[in-house]
Ligand binder design. Structure first.
Ligand SMILES: C[S@@+](CC[C@H](N)C(=O)[O-])C[C@H]1O[C@@H](n2cnc3c(N)ncnc32)[C@H](O)[C@@H]1O
Length: 190
């Protein structure tokens, strides 16, 4: 078996830390793969907020959820994740990011380092103790490398007494496969 690629690894992390009744955020719902994956893990007490700045992405995600006959408790929000605190007024257990552009769509509409960092700061505030943030980061598109560096710098500076931080990446490939950052708010820390 090969080592897991970024998206697979991000789901594996959530498989290991998720509870059925969790409150979760998909910060970049895109074509809905992560939304579908997370929503499938929840029961009727769980809730998922799905953000995307593109209406097309919100519609794609709604469609994916519908054809998979998922009845979960999903709030779709057609706005930037940097405004998540305006929509989420409860603490959450997990937040997933899949950075970059919507596959098959306009590559110029993509996550940007400044709004991503604003959003990550808000995610830390919303996250419960024991909660998990996972970001899958692509760096080959324009602006992607700078965004990746900004996210890595942000993550590296987090206080180790409050957060466990993981960086998962392949180091011997020709191209630059997606990398993963995972941030866990440590138990026993307020
Ligand atoms: C790589 S795609 C996400 C793929 C998606 N998770 C999936 O499973 O199909 C990145 C998405 O981020 C969205 N995006 C860009 N800037 C954003 C922002 N500030 N807030 C929320 N979504 C944003 C894009 O519109 C795009 O759909």
């Amino acid at each position: 078996m090969d080592l897991m690629q970024g998206v697979e690894f991000s789901h594996w992390l959530f498989n290991n830390y998720l509870d059925k009744h969790d409150i979760l955020i998909d910060a970049t719902c895109g074509n809905g793969k992560d939304t579908l994956f997370l929503a499938n893990k929840l029961n009727s007490e769980g809730k998922l907020y799905a953000f995307d700045i593109q209406k097309e992405a919100i519609e794609n995600t709604k469609h994916k959820v519908k054809v998979n006959t998922l009845k979960g408790n999903i709030n779709y929000i057609n706005d930037g994740h940097e405004n998540m605190d305006e929509y989420v007024d409860e603490s959450v257990d997990g937040i997933i990011y899949n950075l970059g552009f919507l596959p098959g769509s306009n590559k110029d509409i993509k996550t940007e380092k400044d709004t991503t960092i604003t959003s990550l700061n808000k995610s830390l505030d919303l996250l419960n103790v024991g909660g998990l943030i996972v970001a899958v980061i692509y760096s080959e598109h324009e602006g992607g490398f700078d965004e990746k560096e900004a996210v890595l710098n942000f993550a590296r500076k987090l206080n180790y007494k409050k957060y466990n931080v993981l960086h998962y990446h392949f180091i011997n490939q020709k191209k630059t496969p997606p990398e993963v950052i995972a941030i866990k708010k440590r138990n026993g820390v307020k």
